[in-house]
Design a protein around this ligand. Structure first.
Ligand SMILES: [Zn+2]
Length: 139
């Protein structure tokens, strides 16, 4: 048995967006569902300065901008058999997101919410990096 692992990058807003992009590129749905096993979407977000918590305009560590460094946030989508009908029927991204969320999938939006709640990132990052999110349907 030959196992073939291909790792590639594609620019989309989220993991589900990758499936939609592949379909939009003309790849047959049966090929997408049978060959894609997992997708990791990532964003780099700015970290709030740990020395001044973003509150000191004269902070020497962040030069007064309130941020110091970046960190990755990720969402991991396992493309399991239960998701295949959504791909084969070319369902909308919102339908796919709704389905995977019911199975325990944690979207980027929720990961960012956790980082904001923990005081690591500011809520401005929602506008900067997770712009697809419709809070009423995704989260
Ligand atoms: Zn600072």
């Amino acid at each position: 048995m030959l196992l073939l692992c291909i790792i590639s990058t594609i620019h989309t807003l989220d993991a589900i967006g990758t499936l939609i992009r592949l379909l939009d590129m003309g790849i047959e749905p049966y090929l997408v569902s049978s060959s894609v096993t997992g997708i990791i979407a990532q964003r780099l977000i700015r970290k709030i300065c740990t020395d001044c918590q973003g509150r000191n305009k004269e902070c020497q560590h962040c030069l007064g901008n309130g941020f110091r460094g970046r960190m990755g946030i990720y969402e991991v989508l396992r493309v399991e058999e239960e998701l295949h009908p959504y791909i084969l029927n070319r369902c909308s991204a919102d339908m796919m997101r709704g389905y995977v969320k019911s199975g325990g999938f944690t979207p980027l939006y929720s990961v960012l919410q956790q980082k904001v709640a923990a005081g690591v990132a500011e809520s401005d990052e929602f506008q900067r990096y997770v712009w697809y999110a419709d809070k009423t349907t995704v989260v």
